[in-house]
Design a protein around this ligand. Structure first.
Ligand SMILES: [Mn+2]
Length: 338
């Protein structure tokens, strides 16, 4: 049952689908070659081991776990220009795109567990191919991940993912044969960044050049997270309500809380802000696919650091699929009679 209600003093109307039932399709993507650190390929299994599927089911979701994708070794995977491991990154993302497309067309909301953030290329690509119109992207991250192959200071593709996907940037992207299957599928106006605080000068230029909507940590501090989310939805819904692809890098959250990640940056989101983002997006009824990336259990120095990172990743995901901190109950619950 879809209940329409006016949900904002800014004047947009949220369509709040009273769904106690999300159908989640978990896709494990144990891939680490979009960056140099080992361990991030263990992300999918450590997040599963924290009880993700059971917790989703306990809050009324149905869950299909597609398991972990197998990624091929690519021998002689030499850089193309500055871009490192283009063969491995290209083929892993092509495989992931197909898996996300399949999960989506089978009626699930794909939940991609990374792995590093280069996987957003395949995840967003597969999602876009499975829906009739355009999608919008909410990118929650300390970093913009929008360097082109020509501006990247490191060559690591996890810092370039968005550049391959944005239509308006394609004249600046050189040919990389291993990426020739990628079709840019997102418009700059359909992207919102939240949580930025470590942006390269070239990336800052690209964001301005394309007019991309950014709520950096400065805006989170100045406006508060509730206003940021309200403005995010006003902006994305101003013309047509498109399905939302949420790409959530765990390093958006402050590294005091989520230290087990490859590129931590001080001054991040609190636990409450990090979860509020997902609660708000869930309430729109438009969440169509989710990535949770960059959980790296080898980057924690203690077991407690790893546990904290993984537990928060799970809470972020539960928020995406209906958990409310006010509490939940099944729609058909009846109080026991004495
Ligand atoms: Mn990222």
């Amino acid at each position: 049952v879809a209940i329409m209600r006016s949900a904002s003093r800014m004047g947009y109307t949220l369509s709040v689908f009273k769904r106690d039932h999300h159908s989640v399709g978990i896709i494990g993507a144990p891939f680490s070659k979009g960056q140099p650190r080992g361990g991030v390929e263990k992300g999918p299994n450590v997040i599963r081991s924290a009880g993700l599927a059971d917790k989703l089911k306990a809050q009324g979701c149905s869950v299909k776990d597609y398991g972990n994708l197998c990624f091929e070794e690519v021998p002689g995977d030499e850089p193309v220009g500055r871009v490192k491991r283009p063969g491995a990154v290209g083929s892993a993302n092509q495989r992931l795109a197909h898996a996300v497309y399949t999960a989506k067309t089978e009626g699930h909301t794909p939940l991609m567990l990374g792995g590093d953030h280069s996987l957003a290329i395949g995840s967003i690509h597969g999602h876009a191919a499975a829906i009739p119109g355009d999608l919008s992207v909410v990118w929650v991250d300390a970093h913009a991940d929008i360097n082109t192959p020509l501006t990247t200071p490191t060559g690591n593709v996890h810092g370039q993912s968005m550049s391959y996907l944005i239509r308006e940037l394609q004249s600046k992207i050189p040919v990389i044969p291993q990426f020739s299957w990628i079709k840019p599928c997102v418009s700059a106006k359909d992207i919102v960044y939240i949580g930025l605080r470590d942006v390269d000068p070239e990336e800052h230029y690209i964001l301005k050049y394309l007019g991309i909507k950014v709520f950096s940590m400065t805006e989170v501090d100045g406006l508060g997270i509730a206003r940021v989310m309200e403005e995010t939805c006003d902006y994305l819904f101003s013309h047509v309500k498109k399905p939302i692809h949420l790409s959530y890098d765990i390093d958006a959250i402050d590294p005091s809380l989520t230290p087990a990640t490859g590129t931590p940056a001080v001054g991040g989101l609190t636990y409450r802000e990090g979860v509020y983002i997902t609660e708000h997006i869930c309430q729109t009824g438009l969440l169509s696919a989710v990535d949770l990336v960059e959980v790296n259990p080898q980057q924690g120095t203690t077991e407690a650091q790893v546990q904290s990172t993984v537990d928060i990743a799970v809470d972020v995901l539960l928020g995406c699929f209906g958990r409310r901190r006010a509490g939940n109950h099944p729609a058909d619950y009846c109080l026991p009679e004495p």
